[in-house]
Design a protein. Structure first.
Length: 603
C-alpha cells in the first residue's frame, strides 16, 4: 500500500484547480521548510522548485535500444493482498471510501482527474498514468536497468505522484510525450505536474533532453519556482552500480554443501556469495514448485536462493540477507507460501517484491517475466515433479535461458505461456523429461507454433540428468553438481548456484550413481565436484561417482525348439519352458487357475 495518503493530496488538488494559474499549488511533494542550496541538496532536503531542473542530468534521448512496453512488468500484487498496482491506486485515490470485494473487485468510488479536473465514478473511465511514461523512462536511462528495477518503477507505490488515476482519453492524448511536448489541459495543475515530473526523474536518476529541461525550467519559474519541495530517496544510483556477483571458488576435488536441515543447507550455499549481490530470492522450504521456478531467475540475476518457513523469517536467514546486502529481495509465491509478516521482515532489510500467481505455473511465469527481458532459448519442464526442472537449471544457466514450468500431463500449454515465449523472442525450446513428464501433445503444439523443439528425456530422472548434460554441454564442464534424486530441498539450494556457474546438475541414488550418470560425470573433464547434502543424503560412494551395480540378469529360460500350438498340451518335462507359435506369438508351458493341466498358454 502507499506510504502517503493520496486522498488528502487530491483534496488539495481540487482546491488548486479552482485558483488562477500562478498561485502556489498545494502538493504532497511540497514542504514548508526553508530550501537548501541546490549544490548541497540530497534526498530528504528541501529545495526551491526553480532549482529542480538543474538536478537532472541533461542528455539527448538514447534511442539506440529498442523499446517495448513488455520490458516493464505491470500491475503486480506486491503486498500479496489480492489487489494489483492498478487497484491499489484506484483505492488510494478515490475521493470516497471503497471496500474491495472478492478478487479485489471495486464498487463505488469517485476519482478526480487532476489533468482535466473531471470526476469519474466508473473505474473503466480511468487510466493509471505513469507520470513519466515508460517509454520516456526507457530512453532516459531505464534501458540499462535490471528487469527487477523496471518492475519496481512500473509499480511504484512508495510516492504519491509516480502513478496517477486520470481521465482515460486525456492520458491517451498524452501518450509518451514529455513536458516540452504536452502539459495537462487543466491550467491549475501545471506547476504540480512539472514538479512531480522532475521528482520522478530525480528519484530514478533519469536524464532529461535539452528541450525537456528548458520546458521544465520555464514552468518552474515565478511563483511556482518559489515553492519548496522535498527531494525523495534515490532508487537508482547515479554512478555505476556497485552490486555484482562474486562466488567463492570451489577447490579441486569433492566439496560438500550442506547444513543441519534444508534451511541451513540453503544458507551454506548462499554463504559462497560475496556481499553486494543484485538479488536474493526467498521461497518456502515446505514445497518445491515456487523455488523451482525461481532457480533459473536467481542464476540469471546473480543471487542465491534462500528457503524459509511460511510464517516467519528465521534469525539466521535474516542475518544472511543483511550480510548479502542485496539490491533487491524477491519473495516467491503467495501469502500461503510466504506470509506477509515474513515479507515485511525482509522489506525492513532491503527493497522487497512478492512474485506470486494463482498457482505454481502462474507464479513461474511472473518470475520469468520479471527476471528475463529476452532469450532465444527456453527450457520447458513439468511442475508436477522436481527432478527434471532442477537438473535443467544448470543447463539453462549455461545459456542464460529461463526454465518455464508447465502442467506436463496437459495436452497443451496455456496462452499465457505462449505469450511469455513470444515476448522473450524464444526460437528454440528444450523439453526436460520424457513423454511421461511433458506430454507429446505439448511438444507437438510448440512445434506447430513454429518453435524448434528438442526433447531431453531418459528412462528415469537419473538418466534424464545425463541426457540434459549431453545436450547442453558439448565441450564438457569445469564443475559438476550432484544431489539426491529422491528429495528436493538440497537440490533447490544448489540449483541457483549451479545455474550461475553454468554447471550441470546430476541426480544420484543414496549410495551410488546410475551408469548413465557415472559416464556423464566422468566425461565432463571437471575437476571441481560439488555435492549438495551430507553423507546421509548423498553417500560417499555416490559422491565419488561410484556406479551402481547392474541388476543380475533374469535366469535363462529353456526354449522349445519347434513351433507350438496355443492350447495344446505339453509334457511335464517342459513345464516353464517357452515356445513360439508359427506366427511368432510367445507361449509358456504352464497351468492356469482354472486348469491344472500343462498347456501352451500365451506368455
Amino acid at each position: 500500500m502507499r506510504l502517503t495518503d493520496r486522498r488528502a493530496m487530491l483534496s488539495l488538488i481540487a482546491v488548486t484547480l479552482t485558483i488562477t494559474a500562478g498561485n502556489t499549488p498545494a502538493a504532497a511533494s511540497v514542504a514548508a521548510a526553508a530550501p537548501v542550496a541546490v549544490q548541497a541538496a540530497a534526498p530528504g532536503d528541501t529545495v526551491a522548485a526553480s532549482s529542480l531542473p538543474s538536478l537532472l542530468t541533461e542528455r539527448a534521448d538514447d534511442t539506440s535500444h529498442t523499446y517495448s512496453r513488455d520490458q516493464f512488468t505491470l500491475w503486480i500484487d506486491a503486498d500479496g493482498d489480492g489487489c494489483d498496482t492498478r487497484a491499489e491506486v484506484l483505492i488510494a485515490e478515490s475521493t470516497t471510501p471503497i471496500t474491495p470485494g472478492a478478487g479485489c473487485s471495486l464498487t463505488g468510488g469517485s476519482w478526480l482527474s487532476p489533468y482535466d479536473g473531471e470526476t469519474w465514478t466508473s473505474p473503466s473511465d480511468v487510466d493509471i498514468d505513469h507520470l513519466v511514461p515508460l517509454k520516456d523512462a526507457w530512453i532516459s536511462g531505464a534501458w540499462s536497468w535490471t528487469p527487477a528495477q523496471r518492475t519496481q518503477y512500473a509499480n511504484d507505490l512508495d510516492v504519491p505522484y509516480a502513478l496517477i488515476a486520470v481521465t482515460d482519453n486525456v492520458n491517451q492524448s498524452k501518450g509518451d510525450r514529455d513536458p516540452a511536448q504536452w502539459m495537462p489541459p487543466a491550467a491549475g495543475f501545471d506547476c504540480e505536474y512539472a514538479i512531480d515530473w522532475v521528482l520522478v526523474k530525480y528519484r530514478w536518476s533519469l536524464t532529461a533532453d535539452p528541450a525537456e529541461r528548458a520546458a521544465l525550467a520555464s514552468q518552474l519559474s515565478g511563483t511556482c519556482g518559489s515553492t519548496t519541495v522535498t527531494l525523495p530517496a534515490r532508487q537508482i544510483a547515479t554512478t555505476a552500480p556497485t552490486t555484482q556477483t562474486v562466488i567463492a571458488p570451489f577447490a579441486d576435488g569433492i566439496t560438500r554443501v550442506y547444513g543441519t536441515d534444508r534451511y541451513a543447507t540453503a544458507l551454506t550455499a548462499s554463504q559462497r556469495y560475496a556481499p553486494g549481490v543484485p538479488a536474493v530470492f526467498v521461497a518456502t522450504g515446505a514445497n518445491f514448485p515456487d523455488a523451482l521456478a525461481a532457480a533459473s531467475a536467481a542464476s540469471l540475476l546473480g543471487g542465491p536462493l534462500l528457503l524459509t518457513p511460511a510464517d516467519r523469517v528465521p534469525a539466521n536467514v535474516a542475518a544472511e540477507v543483511r550480510r548479502l546486502a542485496p539490491e533487491h529481495v524477491f519473495v516467491v509465491g503467495g501469502t500461503g507460501a510466504v506470509s506477509n509478516a515474513a515479507l515485511a521482515a525482509l522489506a525492513a532489510i532491503a527493497p522487497t517484491t512478492r512474485l506470486g500467481g494463482t498457482d505454481r505455473y502462474a507464479t513461474g511465469l511472473t518470475i520469468v517475466n520479471t527476471a528475463f527481458t529476452q532469450s532465444a532459448n527456453a527450457i520447458i519442464a513439468t511442475g508436477r515433479g522436481f527432478a527434471d526442472a532442477l537438473t535443467a537449471t544448470g543447463a539453462a544457466g549455461s545459456i542464460g535461458a529461463p526454465v518455464i514450468l508447465v502442467d506436463g500431463s496437459a495436452r497443451s500449454v496455456p496462452s499465457t505461456t505462449l505469450a511469455t515465449l513470444s515476448r522473450l523472442g524464444v526460437t528454440t525450446i528444450g523439453i526436460a523429461g520424457g513423454a511421461g513428464a511433458v506430454s507429446d501433445g505439448i511438444l507437438n503444439q510448440l512445434r506447430g507454433a513454429g518453435y524448434g523443439v528438442t526433447r531431453y528425456g531418459g528412462a528415469d530422472r537419473y538418466d534424464t540428468s545425463a541426457v540434459i548434460y549431453r545436450g547442453f554441454f558439448p565441450a564438457g564442464a569445469t564443475h559438476t553438481f550432484l544431489a539426491t534424486g529422491t528429495n528436493f530441498p538440497d537440490a533447490l539450494a544448489g540449483a541457483a548456484l549451479a545455474g550461475r556457474l553454468g554447471a550441470p546438475m546430476f541426480s544420484a541414488k543414496p549410495n551410488c550413481v546410475p551408469a548413465s550418470v557415472h559416464d556423464a560425470i566422468a566425461g565432463t573433464g571437471a575437476t571441481k565436484h560439488v555435492v549438495m547434502g551430507g553423507p546421509g543424503v548423498v553417500g560417499d560412494a555416490a559422491a565419488a561417482n561410484a556406479v551402481c551395480a547392474s541388476a543380475p540378469p533374469p535366469p535363462a529360460q529353456n526354449v522349445y525348439p519347434d513351433p507350438v500350438t496355443a492350447g495344446a498340451f505339453c509334457a511335464s518335462a517342459y513345464a516353464g519352458w517357452i515356445g513360439y507359435t508359427s506366427t511368432g506369438i510367445k507361449m509358456v508351458c504352464s497351468t492356469s487357475p482354472t486348469d491344472s493341466r500343462l498347456r501352451w498358454r500365451k506368455a
